[in-house]
Design a protein around this ligand. Structure first.
Ligand code: NFS
Ligand code: SF4
Length: 658
């Protein structure tokens, strides 16, 4: 089928069903094999991970090395400089946190740049869409809003939030939103970020050869760096995006590859920053461009998202979503994609070749991310539609010259997305008394056992979507309410769990709550930067009362069961440093039975009163660990007996019904 074959014979010993549970992706991988097209799934099989690197037992921070230590005998050897296994692992971990935090904070800074230009009137195609959110965010950090114009408030908010990045002394503004006791713990260990630029710079400095060689001291600084992401860059990205583009409200959206339309010009936006995507949404609705598409023989223009900006656009505007990280190459194999538009983060270089095989233009738009072999059309916020219009025209041209058979998997899954923390408030409390009290009450009375955040990537080292889906099913079956973001949310949407009907898969307590409120047992919050919504939701739960004084007291847990990115490590660390037990799957880049491992997996919780890390690739074990932690917190809060009563009531009712 495809003109250019990447490799004539892709070894096909594996059953595709072992690689993914996503039927659409299986169908496309089958076609890719017929077409001789290679994807990351194939490369993950032929590329064996380096075992020393996988354990983080190597260091290349200077040129006396690289030095390789032995994970089997971690204290048997040190680097040329004398660095121990704990130093080496902690430095590697710290750099992953720094890189992941940099990605989110740079994204947040991009949003803040746009916000400033909008306030100054330099970006006339954008405006402040959500004034109520503007006021709420401003108030949350002590900015006066009474009797002031939105422009005035916005300018003050901009100046305050700029400190998140550039401040050299003091505390980043959003840190003050956290529960008081959580803040106190942070202060005790010098963990409140000054400004993200400073923290990331200092982190890079301290992990240079011959600087910080104490894993505990490093742990404090990479916690601070991670907090500069969670309560800094990511939170700025979410809040400013809501102010500019609207705070999400629940919306029914279709997810999966079946959202492509054979008779339409299909444009996929795959990336992370919502600004370009917002402008693309305007362009595809432009009457002259729609006419051009019709003149080319199409019924219209079909815009769909992938990965994280896709998750945001689906939550904010109901734009259909075509799939998560491990489906981005596979979807090009449909032949139906007339343009794939990307910005930054999680964009596999492998897309270039696959796109080439099917004659799909792969268009980069952000100066930070050029890809060799892709076409670059620079996006400019002062005249955004110039870029997005041009890309739509390229897609129309590709539609006209389609010359290969098209195969679009039929799968489409309707679900409800767009549960901002503001909406959770409203949904549970009703419009007149929006509050987290009903959620807390249901946790205290035991109907809801606890809350779990299940987030993060997909990764070809594990069966795509399977760990996410099995874990979430297990959690809700045990009355744990699940909140989701990013690629994980899309995995569950494809499995049909983001619907109110999925309540029947929940345990008796949770399903009762879901049925009363009419909500799904799995709530989709948006993209990975929207994990900051979970931090705020946790804070609201603490402030509402009855569940302790700090985030660390809450019966909550987090997981990234199929993670692959450094951003995920940064997110994991800011949840841990905020007080949440966080379990990762796939692999953990640390040797067990070392001091640094003990720091992350025990001491941060026991000695510092924060959260801690957990690890297992097995979804059922993961659920067990998370539920055990939730139960431990319930016990500490003295609300474990209430749940036993709920379960007894339920058993009685069942007996009566029988
Ligand atoms: Ni998060 Fe989103 Fe997906 Fe992982 Fe990548 S798209 S920011 S990093 S792969 S969830
Ligand atoms: Fe080896 Fe030390 Fe240099 Fe790392 S910093 S490469 S452990 S000599």
């Amino acid at each position: 089928m495809a003109e250019k074959k990447i490799s004539k014979t892709i070894e096909a010993p594996v059953n595709l069903r072992d690689l993914t549970i996503c039927d659409a992706t299986v169908q496309m991988l089958e076609k890719a094999r017929r077409d001789g097209v290679e994807t990351a799934f194939d490369r993950a099989i032929s590329m064996k991970a380096c075992p020393i690197g996988a354990d983080s037992a190597c260091c290349k921070h200077c040129f006396m090395g690289p030095c390789r230590l032995n994970a089997k005998d971690p204290y048997g050897k040190v680097g040329v400089c004398g660095a121990t296994i704990d130093t080496i692992m902690a430095r590697n971990f710290a750099r992953a946190v720094a890189s992941g935090s940099a990605a989110h904070t740079d994204h947040g800074m991009g949003m803040l740049d746009l916000f400033r230009e909008v306030v100054k009137g330099h970006a006339p195609e954008y405006r402040i869409k959500d004034v109520q959110k503007l006021e709420q965010v401003a108030q949350s950090i002590g900015i006066e809003v009474e009797g002031r114009t939105p422009e005035d408030i916005a300018m003050d908010l901009y100046k305050e939030l700029e400190r998140t990045y550039t401040q050299v002394e003091g505390e980043i503004p959003f840190a003050q939103r956290a529960p008081k006791k959580t803040q106190e713990t942070w202060r005790k260990y010098d963990m409140i970020p000054r400004g993200s630029m400073r923290e990331i710079m200092e982190m890079m400095h301290r992990t240079h050869m011959g600087v910080d060689q104490d894993f505990e001291n490093l742990t404090k600084q990479f916690s601070r760096t991670a907090l500069a992401d969670g309560w800094g860059g990511s939170m700025v990205a979410t809040e400013i995006s809501d102010i500019l583009f609207g705070t999400p409200k629940p919306v029914a959206v279709e997810v999966n590859m079946g959202v492509l339309k054979e008779d339409h010009v299909n444009v996929i936006v795959h990336g992370h920053e919502p600004n370009m995507f917002e402008s693309m949404l305007v362009s595809v609705n432009e009457p002259t461009l729609i006419q051009a598409a019709k003149d080319a023989g199409a019924k219209g223009i079909n815009l769909v998202g992938m990965c994280c900006s896709g998750a945001e656009m689906m939550s904010r505007h109901g734009v259909p979503h075509a799939g998560n990280f491990m489906s981005t190459e596979a979807i090009l194999v449909t032949g139906a994609v007339d343009a794939m538009v990307v910005d930054v983060q999680c964009i596999k270089q492998g897309l270039v070749k696959v796109a080439e095989c099917y004659g799909t233009p792969l268009l980069t738009t952000n100066y930070r991310c050029h890809i060799e072999g892709a076409q670059h059309i620079q996006f400019n916020e002062t005249k955004p539609s110039e870029c997005t219009d041009e890309m739509v025209i390229k897609a129309i041209t590709r539609f006209k010259s389609r010359n290969k058979p098209i195969e679009i998997p039929k799968m489409r899954n309707m679900g409800i997305h767009g549960f901002s923390h503001e909406y959770i408030n409203y949904m549970l409390g009703g419009s007149f008394r929006g509050s987290y009290t009903p959620l807390n009450d249901n946790i205290i009375n035991g109907r809801i056992r606890g809350v779990a955040g299940v987030v993060g990537c997909t990764n070809p080292r594990v069966k795509q979507d399977w760990v996410h889906v099995e874990l979430v099913k297990e959690l809700i079956r045990n009355d744990v309410l699940v909140v989701q973001t990013g690629c994980s949310q899309v995995a569950l949407a494809k499995a049909g769990l983001l619907t109110p009907e999925a309540a029947h898969l929940a345990g008796p307590g949770l399903s009762e709550v879901c049925e009363t409120v009419g909500m799904p047992p799995v709530l989709g919050l948006g993209s990975c930067v929207d994990n900051s919504r979970i931090l705020i939701a946790c804070t609201e739960m603490v402030k509402t009362g009855g569940l302790g004084d700090s985030i660390a007291d809450l019966p909550v847990a987090g997981a990234a069961p199929e993670y692959m990115s450094e951003k995920a490590i940064a997110i994991g660390q800011y949840f841990v440093a905020s007080g949440v037990y966080t379990v990762f799957g796939v692999t953990f880049p640390i040797v067990k039975d070392t001091k640094f491992h003990d720091m992350l997996f025990r001491r941060m919780e026991e000695e510092w009163g924060l959260g801690k890390w957990g690890f297992t690739p097995d979804p059922y074990e993961m659920a067990r660990l998370m539920i055990a932690h939730i139960d431990k917190k319930r016990k500490a809060l003295g609300i474990d007996k209430a749940r036993e009563r709920v379960m007894m009531d339920f058993a009685d009712r069942q007996k009566l019904e029988a």
